[in-house]
Design a protein around this ligand. Structure first.
Ligand SMILES: [Zn+2]
Length: 338
């Protein structure tokens, strides 16, 4: 076991589906609460918050954690802790969702500006690049069950900030799929693509395959979760032929209850069918996991061999938004791994 763990750690990997807010550990939450609350959270209270049992409980915990991110220093602390942990797992590149939609929604002001906050994130990113040699892109995430106008604000902000900060690579839609699909955002996705932003989307996590088709119809380049594609043979064919990267999240799906067990997760089936699957950790602090552990679970729960784990790592680089030259370099290194 130590040997496979060591192999996984040394394997150059990219994490493509990771929410900054979901990387905040209870201990960091306590630290943030001490900055902001008259009666700061105790560690036991913070830990209790993470003990949800269903998808709705998860969304509530996510909301409480995001409520502790107020100033640039809070975002910088959260991002730096995240980056340190990524580097420790042998992750060489990450594309991280920042829930700008939640920030605007709960700040309660039309005049709230994300730019000073973003400066904190950039400080952490540049430090990570300098001190740990890890590259990072940001994906601005809107909440689909808020209004279309709110999503538009997030995407316009991404397009505007991107002019000075090319580290903002794309946009995404998260939130509750059961309350809102992708079709209402078609025009916004088109506009974002014209601004040079790459398009990601959560689809088919708590909804059926039609939600994935809808996400593809508005131009989504990568699909987060895509669990329900497993019920639709023709959709699987389409995903395969078009080489649409799927950002799968094993532990997340088991913990939120959308997938009954590790054994039942379609990761293995998708992989064997030749789909471009990647492994990710989604909200690792909430689910008591991380990317290295997800690779280990692929090995222990679904029998992925070293070569297959190597293939998953190669997929993560291929599915990233890195420039082609950098992709080639990482793929070469993965190939050379013993
Ligand atoms: Zn997610």
């Amino acid at each position: 076991m130590t040997e496979i763990k060591d192999f996984i750690r040394r394997l150059p990997k990219a994490e493509l589906h990771l929410h900054l807010e979901g990387t905040i550990l209870p201990s960091t939450l306590v630290e943030l609460s001490a900055r902001h609350d008259a009666r700061p959270l105790t560690l036991a209270e913070a830990e209790a918050l993470y003990r949800f049992t269903d998808f709705t409980g998860f969304l509530e915990a996510f909301k409480a954690v995001t409520g502790q991110l107020i100033g640039a220093e809070d975002y910088e602390l959260a991002a730096w802790r995240m980056i340190e942990h990524l580097a420790a797992q042998g992750i060489v590149h990450a594309e991280v969702f920042v829930s700008a939609g939640v920030f605007y929604h709960w700040s309660g002001h039309d005049s709230a500006v994300f730019e000073p906050i973003f400066a904190g994130l950039e400080r952490a990113r540049l430090r990570g690049e300098r001190e740990l040699g890890i590259s990072l892109y940001w994906i601005f995430d809107a909440v689909r069950h808020f209004t279309v106008a709110e999503a538009e604000r997030v995407f316009l902000e991404a397009a505007e900030l991107r002019l000075a900060h090319p580290s903002i690579i794309g946009i995404g839609l998260g939130g509750d799929e059961r309350r809102c699909g992708s079709a209402p955002f078609a025009a916004l996705y088109e506009q974002a693509a014209r601004a040079g932003l790459r398009l990601t989307n959560h689809a088919g996590e708590t909804t059926g395959p039609e939600a994935i088709r809808e996400a593809l119809a508005i131009g989504s380049e990568r699909i987060g979760h895509a669990l329900s594609a497993s019920h639709d043979f023709y959709l699987l064919q389409d995903l395969k032929e078009r080489e649409i990267p799927l950002e799968l999240n094993l532990t997340s799906n088991v913990r939120t209850g959308v997938c009954p067990s590790y054994a039942a997760h379609p990761l293995r089936r998708y992989f064997d069918q030749g789909l471009l699957v990647t492994l990710n950790s989604d909200d690792p602090a909430f689910f008591g996991s991380d990317l290295a552990n997800e690779y280990l679970l692929a090995h222990t729960e679904q029998g992925f061999t070293r070569d297959e784990l190597r293939q998953l790592a190669a997929n993560s680089i291929r599915a990233s938004f890195l420039p082609e030259l950098q992709k080639t370099e990482w793929l070469f290194r993965i190939d050379a791994m013993k």
